[in-house]
Design a binder for this molecule. Structure first.
Ligand code: MG
Ligand code: ZN
Length: 369
């Protein structure tokens, strides 16, 4: 059978080729490799924390589905051993800063974060954490404050952005404030659904959502039966993906497994394992979406290791782990990076924590400052 091309379709094809040529040169051939990025930070998650979780889970974790692995150097601008604010700010802004700095550089000046840059480019954005949403790690993606403990100021910074979804604790920094201002009311005026229970959060699949599901921090996962934490982290991750993936231009989402760090500070291996496995369930949700979507980069990493955790014995069959800790603080060791999806090959090797920012920029096709 002879194929016939209508002259108009030929003209259209020529125009299409021509226009793609023009837009390519406009962007300096800075091609977008992934439409969406899901960045997952296990606070205090070193190799031992991961391996303890893997052993307890009889030898496997969802994060093993990642194609590329690397290591980052975590030191901050002020200290050999970082804390979470400087660690997260390095990843969110591409600048090493001093311990305690939240989205600001060593001169205490605001640095634009990957979340804000994604917003500027029309992407949908989200933050999820099992701590207060105003706590160091999530705060360093959205706020610009000199000190991490300026929780009420950090809460105000959420209102200065167009973030689409945030789910975590920290309700009191929005409504029980020392200045008496009701930020929940202001969020509602900006068009957010503001919800205080996970039961209602999981029913939302579009629009702007503020899930302030605890007064301060969520309870530890180990007390599941006694507490309201339940499957908050995997459920919140799924809800955020459902909402954010409706944006045709793409999205940026940061999910934090906050309490792996606290378990390390407490030197409690059972707590570490419970938090690690809960975080891995959230990782599973992200990887399931990325697998189906084909246009999503998932990055799993940490800000630092906590506790100097070591594993002395274990049994895959029984899922038992005998672990020890050598400090109640953070340590200076490199932490791993796991990546899945388009652009994931950029994340293999050994590099600085700030390079995660630049690699994300490249993957999004954004020009670095
Ligand atoms: Mg944290
Ligand atoms: Zn810590």
């Amino acid at each position: 059978m002879k194929t016939y091309y209508h002259p108009a379709s030929i003209l259209f094809a020529v125009l299409l080729v021509f226009s793609s040529f023009i837009s390519d040169s406009d962007q300096n051939n800075n091609k977008k490799q992934a439409k969406n990025i899901i960045l997952m930070i296990g606070d205090g998650m070193g190799v031992s924390q991961i391996y303890a979780g893997m052993t307890a889970n009889h030898g496997h974790l969802n994060l093993e589905r990642c194609e590329n692995t690397g290591f980052i150097k975590t030191y901050s601008a002020s200290h050999y051993i970082t804390e979470s604010a400087a660690g997260a700010t390095a990843i969110s802004t591409g600048k090493k800063t001093y311990n305690g700095a939240c989205g600001v550089n060593t001169d205490t000046l605001p640095e634009k974060t990957i979340l804000e840059i994604a917003e500027d480019n029309g992407l949908a954005t989200g933050l999820i954490s099992t701590s207060s949403i105003t706590h160091a790690t999530p705060a360093s993606f959205i706020a610009h404050q000199k000190r991490r403990h300026m929780y009420e100021e950090i809460a105000e910074d959420f209102l200065k952005t167009d973030i689409d979804v945030f789910i975590g604790g920290g309700r009191k920094h929005f409504i029980k404030r020392s200045d008496g201002v009701d930020l929940v009311l202001k969020l509602k005026e900006k068009g957010y659904k503001v919800l205080f229970e996970m039961d209602s959060v999981i029913k939302v699949d579009s629009g702007k959502l503020a899930g302030l599901v605890a007064d301060m921090h969520l309870p530890p996962y180990r007390n599941r039966k006694k507490s309201r934490r339940g499957d908050m982290l995997p459920d919140a991750t799924q809800s955020a993906i459902n909402i954010l993936s409706k944006n045709k231009k793409g999205f940026f989402l940061m999910v934090e497994g906050s309490q792996i760090d606290w378990a390390g500070h407490a030197n409690k291996s059972e707590y570490v394992i419970a938090e690690m496995l809960d975080f891995d369930r959230a990782i599973g949700k992200a990887l399931d979406f990325a697998e189906k979507d084909g246009n999503t980069l998932v990055i799993i990493t940490a800000d630092h290791e906590t506790g100097g955790m070591s594993i002395n014995a274990g049994n895959f069959k029984e899922g038992t782990v005998d672990a020890d800790f050598n400090t109640r603080s953070h340590t200076g060791v490199m932490v791993p990076v796991f990546a899945y999806g388009p652009g994931s090959e950029l994340f293999s090797g050994i590099y600085e924590n700030i390079d995660i920012f630049y690699k994300m920029m490249t993957t999004f096709g954004f020009e670095s400052k």
